[in-house]
Design a protein around this ligand. Structure first.
Ligand code: CA
Length: 237
């Protein structure tokens, strides 16, 4: 493939040489143009000059905290950011997402997972750009279909009755399918910014949705729990 214009550009901000070379190898035969930065300041400069289509950001950088990099980027850019985290701390991941990161991947990770996260984030950012003008396509995955234009949800062709809140929650997840959405973000989107931060109401609604759409709510096929962080809906086809 020689058409450079069609290639998405990715900026990798990572100080560890071995992770950098692992990612470069993983992305080698994919149609991406990759640029690397070894620290936060350099990453911010390159973001501004290159306007990449996606940023892979390590949280533990030698100069700036990765959180600071997210905050600065989000003050002027909507570029998708995937956080690379060595930290198993869920609070940190949730904080990065709430600051505006789009997704995260935890070290050590494999090539397949990395490529899937990149594809999802790029697709999602394209959809966001299209959505302003056009009605989104229905969400479809396995037996589940959501017709956004007339608010109809079907499972194996049968209509599913959802309350307004349940519908809102499910469509938020479906429109962001493949992406993790934090409890805080979902709470704010549905109940507004001044809601208290008790997730109980969210969990109750999610349990109700699962009862209606999942064969076995304990091993869901459509909406997955990211423990301590939020929910991720299976990617639609
Ligand atoms: Ca690091």
């Amino acid at each position: 493939m020689n058409n450079n214009l069609s290639k998405n550009s990715i900026l990798l901000i990572e100080d560890e040489e071995n992770i950098r070379s692992f990612i470069l190898t993983a992305l080698k035969n994919q149609s991406y143009r990759i640029t690397t930065a070894g620290c936060g300041e350099e990453g911010l400069h390159l973001s501004a000059s290159l306007c990449p289509d996606l940023i892979l950001l390590d949280l533990g950088l030698p100069d700036l905290d990765g959180m600071e990099v997210i905050r600065k980027l989000r003050s002027w850019s909507a570029v998708p950011i995937i956080v690379i985290s060595a930290r198993t701390n869920e609070h940190e991941k949730a904080r990065a997402l709430d600051l505006g990161a789009d997704d995260y991947i935890t070290k050590p990770f494999g090539t397949v997972e990395l490529l899937a996260r990149i594809r999802t984030s790029l697709r999602h950012s394209r959809q966001m750009q299209d959505m302003a003008s056009t009605e989104p396509r229905p969400y479809h995955c396995k037996d589940l279909t959501i017709h956004f234009e007339n608010h109809v949800v079907t499972l194996r062709g049968e209509n599913i009755h959802l309350t307004q809140i349940e519908y809102k929650l499910l469509t938020l997840l479906a429109r962001n399918s493949g992406k993790v959405l934090t409890y805080t973000w979902l709470m704010e989107k549905i109940w507004g910014p001044y809601t208290d931060n008790n997730n109980q109401i969210l969990r109750v609604n999610m349990a109700n949705i699962r009862r209606k759409i999942e064969k076995n709510p304990a091993t869901p096929e459509y909406v997955f729990t990211e423990i301590g962080i939020g929910y991720r809906m299976a990617e639609g086809d």
